[in-house]
Write a protein that binds this ligand. Sequence first.
Ligand code: URA
Length: 216
Amino acid sequence: MLHNLSKNSSVINHYLAEIRDAKKQTDRLHFRNNMMRCGEMIAYELSKTLKYKSAAVETPLGVANSEVLDQSIVVASILRAGLPFHQGFLNVFDFADNAFISAYRKHHKDGTFEIDLQYLTCPPLEDRVLILCDAMLATGASIQKTLQNLESYGKPSKVHIATIIASVDGIKFVRRFYPKAVIWACAVDEELTARSYIVPGLGDAGDLSFGEKLQE
Ligand code: URA
């Protein structure tokens, strides 16, 4: 299932317009803040699909019949572009456990690339809700590699994949190898460049958040 949040008019589209705007991207603090806010908005929408149980909460004046989450959540992020986005999820699911994965594109001279996964830290995933955050779902290759590597940590009860901008091809790819995952995107763009950047996209989310890296 795909939830494309830009289909409805909401403030997410305003944040997204700023995130994409080349003139506004120079303000790194604002860029990261908008990435974080997109994370918060998706997390809130996603929270409506989770399971809750009744709880009687004692207030200073009486007892409030309340609802609390009845599922355990793990928020996983692909470094480094996903960090501000990850923080948005944690602002909403502050009680979640966390996983971090470093997956980066190792480019070959012929323009192709492979995903190099160097670091992974993850709590047990058995029967828990896994929210995998990848700021840009371009080809889906990092998500595939990550989910393969997370398999040894247990079988989640549900897998959500959250992204700010997804490409049409990336969504198709993820759906092919992980049809049960629920995909959440703030926007879906049509094209990919020869180097697998999303068009119109926003550019390099990691560089815009944290500064340009030294090219290999
Ligand atoms: N990663 C990015 O930061 N941007 C893209 O367009 C694709 C992958």
